[in-house]
Design a protein around this ligand. Structure first.
Ligand code: DAO
Length: 177
């Protein structure tokens, strides 16, 4: 059973950022308060020569309550004591896009097919998360392979978000990052 304490969440052991680099398609998402990225979400992680991780991401958003566009986002990652836990600073290519400073935790990945990401924006007094978001990423735009579904479901449960995800669509709307 899970106690749902953010501090007790298990992340990827021996996380290898080099193997994590490259393109990931968001195939499911648990939204935070103030939902931003809607669908067609593709992230591209890059590792610089000095080991620093950065990312570009694209996704459909609605800004100013009615304008739909494909947001082009940038992120830089700060390392922490845990190799699978980063602090992510992000901003948009255009004004009016969201900026922020979030956790970016890699909960589980096999590097070649699936990854489960988690970010808690606000912890409650009891130590559980009161505003989280999470992406299920796939290397394949068509979704997860059937053989990866069990572990992903397991991980959703471990981070106390089972049943809180929606499917993320991919269509021609936003081009690749
Ligand atoms: O979509 O509601 C939301 C929260 C996500 C905001 C951060 C998006 C920009 C950076 C993405 C990098 C890869 C996860």
């Amino acid at each position: 059973a899970q106690d749902c304490q953010v501090d007790n969440i298990q992340v990827m052991q021996n996380f290898n950022r080099t193997k994590y680099a490259g393109t990931w398609y968001a195939v499911a998402k648990k939204d935070p308060v103030g939902l931003f990225l809607l669908d067609n979400i593709v992230a591209q992680f890059n590792i610089a020569e000095d080991g620093q991780m950065t990312a570009t991401a694209e996704g459909r958003v609605i800004i100013l309550q009615q304008w739909e566009l494909c947001a082009h986002m940038f992120a830089t990652f700060e390392d922490t004591y845990d190799p699978a836990k980063f602090k992510m600073k992000y901003w948009g290519a255009a004004a009016n896009l969201q900026t922020g400073y979030d956790d970016h935790w890699v909960i589980s990945t096999d590097y070649d097919n699936y990854a489960v990401h988690y970010a808690c924006r606000e912890k409650g007094y009891d130590g559980t998360c009161i505003d989280s978001y999470s992406f299920v990423f796939s290397r394949h735009p068509t979704g997860l392979r059937p053989e990866d579904q069990y572990i992903v479901t397991q991980k959703k449960q471990e981070i106390c978000l089972l049943g809180k995800y929606r499917r993320v669509q991919h269509n021609v709307l936003c081009d690749s990052v």
